[in-house]
Design a binder for this molecule. Structure first.
Ligand SMILES: [Zn+2]
Ligand SMILES: [Zn+2]
Length: 299
């Protein structure tokens, strides 16, 4: 009896986990994945492009009905937790729509979602959405379109991997140094590729709009192929950009504080105290960057 109650109180997603069995997608979707892996395994696609899959699933979700609008939604979360922002379709009659199929969400949490799965009409849609936005899936999709060619330096990473696989370690090194000097210059990624020439060690699926700027809900339109060297450069540049933004924000704040101080008072505020206040304000600024995926909804 107690077990039955506990079971009833579990979220459906947790029940599924406990059952420990693989999730069953609609047969049509299963079939789609099946034919996709066939394409990869028999090299039909790679060797001549003759077996291209018929319908690339470029869009993750179904198109929004004409009488509905996109809304920003936030999940109810525990105190002090950072809230994440999501987009969800809402009908004219103000009903939330499933993030995947755009049918009305009927769950009890639908209007005040607490968990990500509350944004879907059913667990089936939730699982399918998760699969379609998973890194592995997006990589496969991206490969169908860009074929492992770096969108920045145009290095054909797929061809490179295929070429060096049968070679000895020494020959692999020589070849990479010749064809991809940028990769060869970075010792760690170079050695990885030499010792284990796989696609994952040659190219990455990069978020065009970075996750920290709100590109967190992955969709294929926001992804591009970058060779490991270009990906490293891009990531580094983004880090520097963020650092610069923070420094500027602090400088601006200092200016505002100084103006305030000069306008309002008095030399009684000691330098140390001013510095302290600045630090606190600075920390707040770090969290509350507008448009960031980590920004607070209600600061
Ligand atoms: Zn649905
Ligand atoms: Zn590149």
């Amino acid at each position: 009896m107690e077990f039955a109650n506990e079971w009833k109180n579990l979220r459906p997603i947790e029940r599924r986990k406990l059952l420990g069995k693989p999730l069953q997608l609609p047969l049509a979707v299963e079939l789609c994945y099946l034919s996709e892996s066939n394409n990869h395994n028999n090299k039909g696609l790679l060797n001549g492009g003759s077996k291209r899959r018929m319908t690339p699933l470029v869009e993750v979700c179904h198109p929004l009905p004409s009488d509905a609008v996109w809304k920003k939604v936030y999940l109810r979360s525990g105190l002090g937790k950072k809230e994440k922002e999501y987009t969800q379709g809402w009908s004219v009659s103000d009903e939330p729509l499933c993030k995947l199929c755009q049918k009305q969400c009927m769950g009890k949490n639908a209007k005040a979602p607490e968990f990500f799965e509350d944004l879907f009409c059913s667990l089936t849609c939730y699982e399918e959405y998760r699969m379609r936005t998973s890194n592995r899936f997006l990589r496969q999709e991206l490969f169908q379109i860009e074929h492992g060619v770096c969108t920045n330096c145009l290095l054909d990473c797929h061809k490179l991997v295929e070429h060096i696989k049968p070679l000895s370690l020494e020959r692999r090194r020589e070849y990479i140094e010749k064809v991809a000097p940028k990769v060869a210059k970075r010792k760690k990624m170079f050695e990885k590729l030499v010792n284990d020439p796989t696609e994952g060690h040659a190219w990455h699926a990069d978020h065009i709009i970075p996750v920290y700027q709100g590109g967190g809900e992955c969709k294929l339109e926001n992804m591009r192929t970058l060779c490991v060297a270009c990906h490293y450069d891009v990531t580094k540049a983004q880090c520097n950009e963020r650092r610069k933004e923070r420094t500027n924000a602090k400088k601006h704040l200092k200016l505002v504080m100084n103006n305030l101080k000069n306008g309002l008072t008095s030399t009684t505020v000691s330098n140390a105290k001013e510095h302290e206040a600045l630090e606190v304000e600075g920390d707040k600024l770090l969290i509350n960057v507008p448009g960031s995926a980590y920004s607070l909804a209600d600061p």
